[in-house]
Every structure is written in structure tokens, then in C-alpha cells.
Design a protein around this ligand. Structure first.
Ligand code: ASP
Length: 318
């Protein structure tokens, strides 16, 4: 059995590449890295890698993580600037015994010494998004932090090895130095090849309050199907946050166990995700939470066409 599952429609090209590799017996570390890089490299996905949305100071600061479910090795970078593929740097760091999570300048120094590709990650399009948002926020039409999506993936290869990985530009207009859940073990991702893995997208500050990726893996360890594990974890955290704090941020989770069974849960409308397994060609689903149960529907061609059209539409300064 092999399989890969990922947050958001933007992951489907990446998981299609990974699927081809997994079919041919590739290592899940190699497959997940290729899949995430595909998303990082596509300039029109504005919340991951090249073209990612900038922070308050118009700088693109990226977070990424990689975990090996066999060895439990973890590598992560946070608030790294001007490197093309944060995921590859995170994976390289996962081979270190210590110093395996680096932030800012330290992460950039490491990447430079290791010969990773430097790149100005701020595109003209992202600058326009930034300038427009500054105006919108001034006019108080919109919350400064809305408009963010992390790519998070869990992968199983034919040898039974599982990996998890994330990559993101984090919250749009975040403070310089702000780090969300994505590079944080147990919150943005977790994987154990003996059980399965999970990964998150949404409001990092709230996802971290439930260590939600670890919680899903823990529930799967108790014997829960990934779908049930995701629903329990998302619904519980959503309820706790609302009860204690009056509201809950966006929480969307994907998971896969070591049999290639998968699950997804969300507390928002219209969460999309992509999945491919030995039994399922790469496909995009949309999911919604109806009274605690998440119902997945295959995305229509119209939805998919519209998605690409809006992502790549010409953008003008307001
Ligand atoms: N979880 C990410 C963060 O808080 C953002 C997202 O997934 O939308 O940085």
C-alpha cells in the first residue's frame, strides 16, 4: 500500500508527482519533498514558497518542517527569508542530532553553508497583494490576517515508511518573527510509521492550543480510524476554544494511517484537500462539517477551473 494526503487544492500537482514515485517504490521522504517543492515553486500559490504573502514589513518569511515516521527525526525552519525550498532545508536539518530547528538568520546561514538555492521570494504579485491589503485594513474592510493556507502532507510508501511535511508563508501581514504551528512538532504535523500521521492548516495560534496533529495520531493509536480521529480532535478543540475564549480560529486537519486509510476534518466552510493512494487516483475533495461529521465531495470540474482562473487572474493595485 502507498498513499499521500495533503491540505488544499494547491497540493494536487505535487501529490500527482509523488504518486508516480510511490507507485515505483520510492521512499516516502523523497516523494513528500518533491510534492511540497512543487507547491513551493508555483508562483500563483500565494501562501507557500515563491510568491508567498509577506509579513507586516513586506518580507516573505517562511516556515517549514519535515518528520520521518520511522526514526522520529524532525527538522524545521522558521521565519527564513530568501531561500527557494524551505522544505529541503528542513529535511536536511532532520538528519542533525541537535540544532535541528533553526530560525531566521541562523536558518539562512545553515542553508547558505549547505549550498541551498538563494532566491528573492517576494514577487511583484505578492507586493500588489500587500499594498492592497494595507489599503483594505486602513479602510477596515477586512481582518489583516485573513488569506493564508499552509500545505501539509502525510505520506506512506510501499516499504511502510511514513513522513509528514509542511510549508507556509504563515499569516498574511504577520508580525516579523511570528511563527505559527506549521514548523512545530505535534501542532502543524506529526507522524509515526507504527501508527500514522496528521497535518494542520488554519490559525496557528489556535491549532497549537490543542497540539492537534499529535492528538490525532494518539487517537489513531487507540484504534480510531483517521476520519474519526480527525473529527474528534477538531470538534473537541473547536468546542473548547469557543467555551473558554468565545471563538475558535480556522482548524483543518488531514490524516493517514499506516494502512493508507485517511481522514479529514475542518471547522470551516469549503476546506479542500487532495489525496492519492494505491486505490485512488490523485483527486481533490471539498469537505464540510455537518453537526460534527465531515462530508467529503469530489470537487467539480467547474470548481477546479474556477480555482485556477481566480488564482492566476491579473491583479491590479487598488
Ligand atoms: N497554520 C498557518 C499558520 O498559522 C497558516 C495556515 O495554515 O493557514 O502559520
Amino acid at each position: 500500500m502507498w498513499g499521500i494526503i495533503a491540505t488544499w487544492r494547491m497540493a494536487v500537482e505535487g501529490i500527482t508527482e509523488a504518486d508516480k514515485m510511490l507507485k515505483n517504490g520510492a521512499d516516502s521522504g523523497d516523494a513528500i519533498e518533491v510534492a511540497i517543492k512543487e507547491v513551493e515553486n508555483f508562483p500563483y500559490y500565494k501562501s507557500v514558497g515563491y510568491g508567498g504573502l509577506p509579513n507586516e514589513e513586506m518580507e516573505v518569511e517562511l516556515d517549514a518542517a519535515y518528520m520521518d515516521g520511522d526514526t522520529l527525526d524532525i527538522g524545521a525552519v522558521a521565519a527564513i527569508k530568501d531561500y527557494a525550498n524551505p522544505i529541503s532545508i528542513a529535511r536536511r536539518l532532520s538528519h542533525e542530532k541537535v540544532n535541528c530547528m533553526l530560525v531566521g538568520e541562523g536558518a539562512e546561514k545553515f542553508a547558505h553553508k549547505e549550498g541551498f538555492e538563494r532566491k528573492n521570494m517576494l514577487t511583484d504579485r505578492a507586493k500588489i497583494h500587500y499594498k492592497n491589503r494595507v489599503k483594505e485594513v486602513q479602510q477596515q474592510e477586512i481582518k489583516p490576517y485573513s488569506g493564508h493556507d499552509t500545505v501539509g502532507m502525510v505520506c506512506l510508501d510501499t516499504h511502510g515508511k511514513m513522513t509528514a511535511a509542511t510549508s507556509t508563508s504563515g499569516l498574511f501581514m504577520k508580525k516579523k518573527g511570528r511563527v505559527g504551528d506549521s514548523p512545530i512538532s505535534g501542532s502543524g504535523f506529526y507522524v509515526d510509521s507504527k501508527i500514522g500521521g496528521a497535518s494542520a492548516t488554519g490559525l496557528g495560534e489556535d491549532l497549537m492550543k490543542g497540539c492537534i496533529s499529535y492528538e490525532i495520531v494518539r487517537l489513531m493509536k487507540e484504534g480510531k480510524h483517521p476520519q474519526e480521529a480527525c473529527e474528534i480532535a477538531v470538534n473537541n478543540l473547536d468546542e473548547e476554544l469557543k467555551a473558554r475564549r468565545g471563538k475558535a480560529g480556522d482548524l483543518s486537519l488531514i490524516a493517514m494511517n499506516n494502512k493508507g486509510e485517511w481522514g479529514v476534518a475542518t471547522n470551516i466552510e469549503g476546506f479542500s484537500f487532495a489525496v492519492a493512494t494505491e486505490n485512488e487516483e490523485p483527486i481533490v475533495y471539498l469537505t464540510k462539517n455537518v453537526n460534527g461529521k465531515c462530508i467529503h465531495e469530489v470537487a467539480s470540474q467547474e470548481w477546479l477551473d474556477n480555482y485556477m482562473k481566480t488564482r492566476t487572474a491579473p491583479l491590479e493595485e487598488k
